[in-house]
Design a protein around this ligand. Structure first.
Ligand code: NI
Length: 136
């Protein structure tokens, strides 16, 4: 019997989407407002889910306190109020799209989640736009 437990989190961050090897017109056409050279912010909402067997002794799949602290230490402290392009090493050469941010978050958390548990990251860049990454 597997159960999925989830924890919501939030961070604010600035980014710019562009490729230095593309001309300005193409960057603007592909990335639109997110190509603003002066950067801009998003209020990101994050849902991290861990799916696995319920521990017989504790009744937990994962201790929510542990999950909360993990998200704080590994994600919020690394990304909140940061310029993703300039201040977060993972995005030095990687466009900080919602897709890539979700993958980076998953990769940061995965080593700290029990190997027998599944990890899912859902990242909302706006209330209507969100991406899901489950590894693979
Ligand atoms: Ni944007």
């Amino acid at each position: 019997m597997k159960v999925k437990v989830s924890r919501k989190a939030h961070f604010n961050a600035a980014h710019r989407l562009y490729r230095p090897d593309w001309e300005d017109a193409k960057n603007s056409a592909v990335f639109g407002k997110c190509n603003n050279p002066n950067f801009h912010g998003h209020n990101y909402d994050l849902v991290v889910s861990v799916k696995g067997e319920i521990d017989k002794e504790t009744g937990f799949v994962i201790d929510m306190k542990v999950l909360k602290d993990l998200i704080k230490d590994k994600i919020e402290d690394a990304l909140d109020h940061k310029n993703l392009n300039l201040e977060v090493p993972e995005f030095k050469d990687l466009n900080p799209t919602a897709e890539n941010i979700a993958v980076v978050i998953w990769n940061k958390l995965r080593p700290h989640i029990g190997a027998s548990n599944e990890l899912e990251v859902v990242l909302y860049e706006t209330p209507r736009n969100f991406v899901t990454y489950t590894g693979g």
